[in-house]
Design a protein around this ligand. Structure first.
Ligand code: PLP
Length: 387
């Protein structure tokens, strides 16, 4: 068999490999603390589960319209108005099976040899993988520790050329927890006026998980880029629904038909019962979200303090998401060596910063989607090994 050449350019998400290895080690009887996985350690809210069960019992077993059932697209538009204070047309909403699908579609739509796509590095690994797959040039926007893993608007704009077709922004971010302040975002958006042909994809999957005085800055709130902005969000993180495979995007008028066509070619529509559950999640009580974010916030303080107390590690305070990204350069080993050592010898699963791009060398991602006891035990194991 001869595979298409582009298959050799497809990357992967190492977090899944770490998870597999951690599960294997656990199955051999080893005590494993999993701080590697990027999903909330909460159950989906009961009323959401009930809505899915009811939908199945009520006979919602068939295909739905490809972009999503109308009531859900309207619920998404209402939710955007509620949380982002921005009006969007439900006709521009596309319901997709997970946040990843939006990024894949956006990158497929703009990527081809000769095109350039800017993406955050360290960043969610699928951006770079999918860009390379299309044959476009992947241009990293470095996210810098000295800026609390925000980006420099000036630095990002300097990377843009007349070949830039798409710019990907992710705030709050995976793997760093960094959030771009409004002033920096304002400057970036002002500069985009010089590149009117470039589309923007804003990955706001962690929009509801922000801490302290860090308010979420949605790119939807900049009217000057609305005609070329793709918004990525979904239910996975906010409602602890990663396994349901539910996401949504908002596309500009000129792109929604193209996106819908990709959906029809790819998956036809999202699981009907899951779409009913998605309405319940958006319209029902939000106390489970509030509880989850409060709990993450408490753990964030514990893990940041704990990591900074360890010799050789230093850790910034993240503005959002549920990750910390400490600097481990003083430990004297590469990020991958540290990841393997901590998993194999200490039973602590984390993910090497290099799994998120070349600018991740010298860092390790911890997910604090784990109990306080587990976080404290992991810190103790690492502390003992560092002497
Ligand atoms: N975007 C970012 C930044 C993420 O961290 C993730 C998942 O970890 C996704 C998108 C994908 O979300 P989903 O599981 O809904 O596909």
């Amino acid at each position: 068999m001869q595979l298409a050449e582009k298959m050799s350019r497809l990357g992967t998400e190492t977090a899944f490999e770490v998870l597999q290895r951690a599960e294997f080690l656990r199955s051999t009887g080893k005590s494993i603390i999993n701080l590697g996985i990027g999903q909330p350690d909460f159950k989906s809210p009961d009323h959401v589960v009930e809505a899915a069960v009811k939908a199945l019992r009520d006979g919602h077993h068939g295909y739905t319209p490809a972009p999503g059932i109308p009531a859900l697209r309207e619920a998404v538009a209402a939710d955007i108005l509620k949380w982002r204070n921005v009006q969007v047309d439900p006709e521009h909403v596309l319901v997709v099976p997970g946040g990843k699908v939006t990024m894949f579609f956006a990158i497929l739509m703009f990527g081809e040899p000769g095109a350039e796509i800017l993406y955050p590095n360290p960043g969610f690994p699928i951006y770079e993988s999918a860009i390379n797959f299309t044959g476009a040039k992947a241009v990293p926007i470095p996210l810098l520790e000295e800026l609390d893993f925000s980006f420099s608007a000036k630095g990002a704009l300097e990377l843009m050329t007349e070949k830039t077709r798409l710019v990907i922004v992710n705030s709050p971010a995976n793997p760093t927890g960094g959030a771009v302040p409004k002033s920096e975002m304002d400057e970036f958006i002002r500069g985009l006026a010089d590149f009117p042909e470039a589309a923007i994809m804003s990955d706001e999957i962690y929009s509801r998980i922000c801490y302290g005085d860090q308010d979420h800055v949605s790119l939807l709130s900049y009217p000057e880029i609305r005609d070329r902005l793709i918004l990525l969000d979904g239910w996975s993180k906010t409602y602890a629904m990663t396994g349901w495979r539910l996401g949504y995007s908002v596309w500009p008028a000129s792109l929604i038909e193209h996106a819908t066509r990709l959906a029809i070619n790819c998956h036809s529509c999202v699981n009907a019962a899951a779409q009913h559950a998605a309405i319940a999640a958006l319209e029902g009580p939000q106390d489970s979200v509030d509880h989850m974010v409060r709990t993450f916030d408490e753990r964030r303080e514990i893990i940041v303090r704990g990591l900074n107390d360890l010799p050789g590690l230093s850790c910034r305070d993240p503005g959002g998401a549920f990750y910390v990204f400490p600097n481990i350069t003083e430990c004297g080993q590469s990020a991958r060596e540290i990841q393997n050592h901590w998993l194999e010898d200490l039973g602590v699963a984390t993910v090497a910063g290099t799994s998120f791009g070349s600018y991740g060398e010298g860092y390790i991602r911890f997910s604090y989607a784990a109990s306080t006891e587990e976080i404290e035990e992991a810190l103790e194991r690492i502390g003992n090994s560092l002497g």
